[in-house]
Design a protein. Structure first.
Ligand SMILES: [Cu+2]
Length: 281
């Protein structure tokens, strides 16, 4: 009797192994095994919750489907005359349609509702971030294969002599909303901060935006998430979260330094743009 069930059980086992293997390969970061990278942001938990609850939903569905197939293998293993219909009865059509609707409403409906709500209230709400008195504004210029960052300095205007310009090194104060405006000079790049759940395309000829709020001190990786040429893999930077006093001291020192080193003929270093206030995302 087992002989008849063997092909179906083998297929089921292979499906299970394949799924578990895929889960292992889905690891986005070696830092925490197969889990998400450590979340150092104030709002990242919203995104993580949505991913986790979706994972639980599809996990439950997976177990139900496997159980269903297992029962079918064990109960219908013996040779018997097949019973079938053409699936044209009302009940035959309503049952799969109803099940598909339940899955769609629960899984996709939950994803749609919460992602739309979070996008509008938090992640795309730049007006709220910019209105904070301690908001930090940073322009980022992506190019093959590095990140230039620009801070306005004490005059509050970009592309002036007191601007602080860094290479692959962005420093921010903990707890403050930090708004990035992103531009590229050559090809498509993508500004990626996995520990802050931020990823935004950087498009030549356009200014895109992203914002975050750090909840802890530390050093975190900046990566490029678009394959942007031969040395794409080298396009890494460091985001350092400092206590607000340390950040203010660093910015003041660096701005003082920058004003002394500024040269009018060094046009390649003058890539900043006036801060864009508007609806662009
Ligand atoms: Cu890149």
């Amino acid at each position: 009797m087992l002989r008849h069930r063997l092909p179906a059980l083998t297929a089921l086992g292979a499906l299970l192994i394949l799924t578990l293997t895929r889960l292992g390969h889905a690891a986005p970061s070696p830092e925490h095994g197969w889990a998400m990278p450590h979340d150092a942001s104030v709002h990242g938990h919203r995104l993580d919750w949505l991913l986790h609850i979706t994972f639980i939903f599809i996990g439950i569905l997976f177990v139900i489907m496997c159980g269903w197939m297992l029962i079918a293998c064990v109960r219908h293993g013996r040779k018997h005359t097949a019973k079938y219909d053409h699936g044209d009865k009302r009940r035959s059509m309503l049952a799969p349609l109803g099940m598909a609707a339940i899955v769609f409403v629960v899984v996709d409906g939950n994803l749609f509702f919460h992602s739309t709500k979070d996008m509008h209230s938090i992640f795309w709400n730049y007006a709220r971030a910019e209105s904070a008195p301690n908001a930090v504004r940073i322009e980022v210029n992506a190019h093959q294969w590095a990140w230039d960052a620009r801070y306005a300095g004490p005059d509050g205007k970009f592309n002036t002599q007191d601007d602080v310009v860094t290479l692959n090194d962005i420093r921010i104060p903990v707890g403050a909303p930090v708004i990035f405006q992103l531009g590229a000079v050559d090809v498509l790049h993508s500004f990626y901060l996995p520990n802050f759940r931020v990823k935004m395309d950087v498009v030549p000829g356009n200014i895109t935006r992203a914002w975050l709020q750090a909840r802890e001190l530390g050093e975190f990786e900046i990566g490029c998430a678009q394959h942007c040429g031969t040395n794409h893999y080298k396009m890494r930077g460091l985001l350092t979260v400092l206590p607000p006093d340390d950040y203010a001291r660093w910015l003041a020192d660096a701005s003082h330094d920058a004003a002394q080193r500024w040269r009018a003929e060094d046009t390649a270093a003058h890539w900043g743009w006036p801060w864009e206030k508007g609806a662009r995302k």
